[in-house]
Design a protein. Structure first.
Length: 95
């Protein structure tokens, strides 16, 4: 009988908790509930707590999108400009 080791890579990957991912997930939950201010807050939280996270560009563009969907045009424009200034080489900068 071949019983997988409890240290098998798949099991380790499932048990790994990545805090920045969890914060971005919370922003996504707020988005699904049209809680745009909550989504912005979580995205800002990610950017301030994990400034070197690979998710920072996603959080930055998401902030702009959340403001846009909340009808906050000046905030959306400012956030899009911030994103383009900080991440000009990002694939999303081509929009």
């Amino acid at each position: 009988m071949n019983i997988p080791s409890p240290k098998a890579p798949a099991i380790i990957a499932l048990n790994k908790i990545v805090p920045d991912d969890a914060v971005m997930d919370r922003a996504g939950i707020c988005q699904k509930n049209n809680d745009w201010d909550g989504a912005v807050s979580h995205a800002h939280d990610l950017m301030s707590r994990w400034p070197s996270s690979e998710l920072v560009p996603d959080a930055a563009i998401s902030i702009a999108w959340f403001h846009e969907n909340a009808g906050k045009k000046p905030e959306a424009i400012a956030a899009y400009k911030d994103f383009l200034t900080r991440f000009p080489e990002n694939a999303d900068a081509e929009f």
